[in-house]
Design a protein around this ligand. Structure first.
Ligand SMILES: C[S@@+](CC[C@H](N)C(=O)[O-])C[C@H]1O[C@@H](n2cnc3c(N)ncnc32)[C@H](O)[C@@H]1O
Length: 279
């Protein structure tokens, strides 16, 4: 007899499900009417409350870009590019070409839509794909960004080896990540509803895994205190103006962010910004 049951979902299916965002582009189209009519070009910075999907938002991307010394001649890959805010920021600020790749098809579609709205489609493009099997040739990029993505990926050796493969010799790898410190975070958090899809490493494990892939450390910056201060200020200021990341992740998103802030405050997790060289 044939087994007609659906196969059990893989870890990748579960991560994809977390970022499923049904009808996202349409929801964005409606939400952005708050900024003016559909045919009006938007400055990329206006989208920051909804398109920078990581701790400290736009400021964290700007800091990481400075640490990485991005320049106009760089060809940059943003792995796990979300709805594309970091990629648009890099292109707008430095004039570089940026390619984003993300597991979530709705995120990729939304990233393309937002990039049309900011008029950056010539410099910034997006593809759907898995960070563990990047759909790019060897040695095609000067810099790779990875912001708040590794925490969904258990196979860190595979992840960092793929990033190494697509970088040119002399290229830079910039990562902004949540690390395990003491115990588990309070779930659900912005990247995972349960521990099943959360793959945090400690500081030591993270550095060892990146160096084992052949990278040499250039910058290692513990961003925990800055992140804590940012959350404290954000909560004191009250709900962020709409439209914000709630459009992307749904109405319960503030609760997930609150759990991350509490986990940080209790020392369960830390925040790392780091840059590595490919020799
Ligand atoms: C918290 S969001 C960060 C998005 C973006 N880096 C940013 O900072 O705005 C995590 C992103 O990682 C993507 N992601 C998770 N696992 C992935 C994988 N194996 N390959 C590619 N993207 C992945 C998710 O789809 C999601 O867009």
């Amino acid at each position: 007899m044939t087994d007609t049951r659906d196969p059990a979902p893989t870890a990748l299916d579960k991560v994809r499900d977390h970022y499923r965002a049904t009808g996202l582009t349409e929801r964005l189209r409606t939400a952005l009417l708050a900024f003016g009519p559909e045919d009006q070009r938007l400055g990329p910075e206006r989208l920051a409350p909804l398109d920078q999907f990581h701790t400290r938002g736009l400021a964290a991307t700007a800091d990481l870009a400075r640490m990485t010394e991005i320049s106009s001649s760089d060809r940059v890959l943003d792995v796990g590019s979300g709805v594309g805010g970091p990629a648009r920021f890099l292109a707008a600020t430095y004039g570089c070409e940026v390619v984003g790749v993300d597991l979530s098809e709705p995120f990729t579609e939304a990233a393309r839509y937002l990039t049309e709205r900011t008029g950056q489609a010539e410099k910034v493009r997006f593809e759907t794909g898995d960070a563990l099997a990047l759909p790019f040739e060897n040695a095609g990029f000067d810099a790779v960004f990875l912001q708040h993505v590794a925490m969904n990926i258990a196979d860190r050796a595979g992840l960092y080896a793929e990033i190494q493969r697509v970088l040119k010799p002399g290229g830079r790898f910039a990562t902004f990540d949540i690390l395990r410190a003491a115990g588990e975070p309070h779930y659900p958090v912005p990247w995972a509803r349960t521990p099943e899809t959360s793959c945090l490493l400690t500081e030591r494990e993270t550095r060892d895994a990146i160096e084992a892939a052949g990278f040499r450390m250039r910058v290692w910056h513990d961003d925990t205190d800055t992140a804590k201060a940012w959350f404290a200020q954000a909560f004191a200021a009250g709900p962020p103006p709409a439209p914000n990341l709630g459009v992307v992740m749904g109405p319960e998103f503030p609760g997930l962010t609150g759990n991350l802030a509490r986990s940080l405050h209790e020392g369960r997790v830390r925040v790392l910004a780091a840059v590595f060289d490919k020799p």
